[in-house]
Design a protein around this ligand. Sequence first.
Ligand code: NAP
Length: 284
Amino acid sequence: MAQLIDGKRISQEIKDELREEAGKLRERGLEACLAVVQVGEDPASSIYVRNKRRACEYVGIRSLLYTLEEAASQEDLLRLIRQLNNDPEVHGILVQLPLPPQIDEKAVLEAISPAKDVDGFHPVNVGKLCIGEKTYLPCTPAGIIELLKRSGVSIAGKECVVIGRSNIVGKPMAMLLLRENGTVTITHSKTENLKAVARRADILVVAVGKPGFLTREYVKEGAAVIDVGIHRDAHNKVCGDVDFADVSPVAGAITPVPGGVGPMTISMLMRNCLEAVKATVVSK
Ligand code: NAP
């Protein structure tokens, strides 16, 4: 039976470390401040925003919430972002996605100052990630690297297969695994013989966005399987992209959903916020 990679426990461990670090920074007069912007009242977004603000409170990061109404224009949002970019009290800016259809997500993400882009989505920061410069690491993939490291799964020299090539998960995941010296393959909906490719993996990261997609035929005996997906099944239960019951008897290690990758995303956001406030001292 596979080792269960406990994201809830590891995320808590990281938040405790960050809380201690935030305390030390406060003693030096540095208090990180995250501005969270939400447009509209999408219930799922409201839950994510609430959880982020709770994590800020726990770690000791100031959080400011800006809510714009669903009908807000792109210019309204860009004006707010410009104001936050210029506010020296604000170290990190996070715009909760998705945005209503009248707003161009790309324009908004590009308007955030790269120095305050704690989600790591700005093209400048994506570029830095690709060329191996220090930058804000995108939270979900960075959380997966921490999960692997803190569960004793070594990455260097290992065959890593990422299923999915989105800008927020698949691509940055591949970059981070490469940075850790993994041998990385990115796969997607046009990949031929996906099962055979996936079975090469020592580390298999699944971010396809399809509930229960990954079954044991994709998994080499003993592989570490990381499930990024978040869905609700027919009984309204949270589930992932991996058929956990089918895969766990063959995997060497596996993340559950819920309680795997999900909690890590927020703790990595908290880490980026502390990086942001520390950078203000370095750059002075
Ligand atoms: P996405 O943008 O929909 O990307 C899905 C990727 O999967 C695409 O690259 C797509 O390939 C690929 N794909 C789809 N069907 C496939 C198939 N049959 N075989 C191989 N590849 C296939 O999704 P995402 O934003 O990366 O998110 C993936 C999942 O992770 C979602 O369930 C999302 O809710 C979840 N998520 C969780 C967290 C967290 O904190 N835990 C964070 C972000 C996302 P093409 O490019 O060829 O279309």
